[in-house]
Design a protein. Structure first.
Length: 108
């Protein structure tokens, strides 16, 4: 569980946060990891940047379980950034390939 006041992890069954003393404790917040999107970018767009995105996305759930929500959100943000970079790179490569093919066909 995560303390709603300080955001630190608290053992299950604890009645109050050991750090700040807040009662009652709340469930951990939901942080979107972008793991599925990162996998799709790896498969369909540009694998190197997709793999970096997967690496960051894989860090989100353990950080939330530990109660470190700030680090989880930073990791999710980095996963999202690398996912968008992978999409842009894949689109650029596809456009460059299409323009190259069209340029070669016009010369023949």
């Amino acid at each position: 569980m995560v303390c709603g006041n300080c955001g630190r992890g608290v053992p299950e069954g604890a009645g109050a946060c050991a750090y700040c003393g807040l009662r009652p404790l709340t469930d951990p917040p939901k942080v979107h990891s972008y793991l599925a999107e990162a996998i799709l970018v790896t498969i369909f767009c540009f694998a190197p940047f997709g793999i970096v995105s997967i690496a960051y996305a894989a860090q989100v759930a353990p950080q939330v379980r530990r109660g470190d929500v700030d680090r989880a959100r930073r990791a999710a943000g980095m996963a999202r950034i690398w996912m968008y970079i992978g999409i842009a790179t894949g689109a650029f490569i596809a456009l460059a390939a299409i323009l190259t093919v069209l340029a070669i066909r016009r010369r023949w």
